[in-house]
Write a protein that binds this ligand. Structure first.
Ligand code: PMP
Ligand code: GLU
Length: 428
């Protein structure tokens, strides 16, 4: 027996060595710390919706503050029905309430999906920051699938096919996110059909992370569940289109064929988080039911994001920074490769050092491509164009006819941040 208690890192599970604090949450805290120290920071690192929660949804939360009981593990029945109705209405899916599960953020649901499946994880590179660390925490194997900048970083059916042929594990989980974080591009129905053919051939289960589906600004959003219904789980929630990331409410829609996975996840939920906060679930019914106010809010949000995305895109590509044009969500994935020699002269050889330099010199916070699975020496970064007052923008955007006028009047931090960044690069 030990006579003294000795705190030690050896008390941690060895898997913890494979993960570090999430890059997204870290940049948020780092940016705040710089702001607290009275530094000028352009918060283009963290990806949080800039818009307020619609008034009718806030009122629903107030009206339900008294809800105090634990709710069913899979979610409040009326909310599951509202979510099924949402998917029938927006994606024309044949959804019923039983197929829906509610969780404390889709991030937690994705973690629990990875936990219950005995599967290898397939991820197109780049992919959102948390999928692979979750697999690492669970001791699952990840296979990155390369994509090309010229294809808008979209997964190609032939690349998917060749990796599936190599993986010995018959259980495969692909996480496909569109509109995409970090690239800002999406998949057309035709793209999805091409992928579905390969997925079906290899029996791959897919988590279609469509959390930005309602924030699709250039084309109507299509879902893989429309063309690969039998093995696609659709993921969504209130965080992005409803401005409610901090409310922590995510949803999964399972196909009838995969209800055993939903049951397994409910078992995990019953032993871990129990159920999502009751007032939040009641309020979410209003959000998923939808109404004219929410339609107007979404129309405004998409117009605003379309304008800002285009503004940033056009000003950066005019300065030799390459990237795909924005189609949805609120991210761009600029590639600073044209400045490679200049960065090398400053002893900067990877995207992490590049982002640290840009933050120190310009105050512009970005996340390095490495956080999204890209090779370190590739000078890519994620830029999230959300540093503006969403409530003010929604109130005023209809007064403007063009993105330049709108950004100048309503998004001063975006304008100044992009100018600072471009100025710094031109100085070199
Ligand atoms: N997927 C993607 C692609 C995201 O950007 C986010 C943002 N946090 C999430 C999932 C998780 O969102 P939440 O847990 O808030 O539902
Ligand atoms: N999804 C956001 C991002 O990519 C942040 C929230 C999170 O990581 O949970 O920046």
């Amino acid at each position: 027996m030990l006579d003294t208690f000795a705190p030690s890192k050896k008390q941690l599970h060895p898997r913890l060595q494979l993960v570090k604090p999430s890059a997204t949450l870290l940049i948020n805290e780092r940016s705040q710390a710089l702001i607290d120290a009275e530094k000028e920071v352009y918060r283009l690192g963290f990806g949080q919706s800039p818009f307020p929660v619609p008034a009718c949804v806030r009122e629903a939360l107030q009206a339900n503050a008294h809800q105090k009981d634990y709710l069913p593990v899979k979610g409040l029945a009326a909310l599951r029905e509202a979510v099924a109705g949402f998917y029938r209405r927006t994606l024309d899916l044949n959804a019923v309430a039983a197929q829906v599960m509610i969780g404390p953020g889709s991030k937690e649901l994705i973690f629990s999906l990875q936990m219950v499946l005995d599967a290898d994880l397939l991820l197109p590179s780049p992919s959102w920051v948390s999928y692979e660390p979750q697999a690492n925490l669970l001791g699952r194997k990840t296979h990155w699938i390369d994509t090309r900048e010229a294809d808008g970083w979209r997964l190609r059916p032939d690349a998917l096919d060749s990796i599936c042929q190599k993986i010995a594990n018959p259980n495969k989980l692909l996480i496909l996110n569109y509109p995409n974080n970090p690239t800002g591009t999406s998949y057309s129905e035709n793209d999805l059909r091409g992928l579905a053919e390969v997925l079906r051939r290899h029996g791959v289960i897919v988590l279609a992370d469509e959390i930005y589906g309602e924030v699709s600004h250039t084309q109507a959003h299509s879902s893989l569940a429309q063309v690969y219904a039998e093995a696609t789980i659709v993921s969504g929630g209130l965080s992005k289109w409803c401005g409610a990331g901090g409310w922590r409410l995510g949803v999964f829609l399972f196909p009838q064929e995969l209800m055993h996975i939903q049951d397994a996840m409910a078992t995990v939920a019953s032993e871990t988080f129990s159920a999502v906060a009751a007032p939040i679930q009641y309020a979410a019914i209003t959000a998923f039911d939808g109404n004219d106010e929410i339609e107007k809010y979404l129309k405004g949000s998409n117009q605003i994001l379309h304008w800002i995305g285009n503004y940033v895109y056009k000003n950066l590509i005019a300065n030799k920074i390459t990237m795909s044009a924005p189609e949805g969500g609120f991210y761009l994935f600029p590639n600073f490769n044209a400045y490679k020699n200049i960065f090398q002269q400053k002893n900067i050889h990877d995207s992490e050092a590049m982002c640290a330099y840009i933050l120190a010199e310009t105050g512009v916070a970005l996340l390095p491509g490495t956080a999204f699975g890209r090779p370190a020496e590739e000078l890519t970064a994620r830029l999230s164009y959300v540093d503006f007052d969403g409530a003010f923008a929604l109130e005023n955007y209809e007064k403007y006819d063009s993105e330049d006028e709108f950004v100048a009047a309503c998004c001063p931090k975006i304008k100044a941040g992009i100018e600072r960044l471009v100025f710094e690069l031109q100085l070199q």
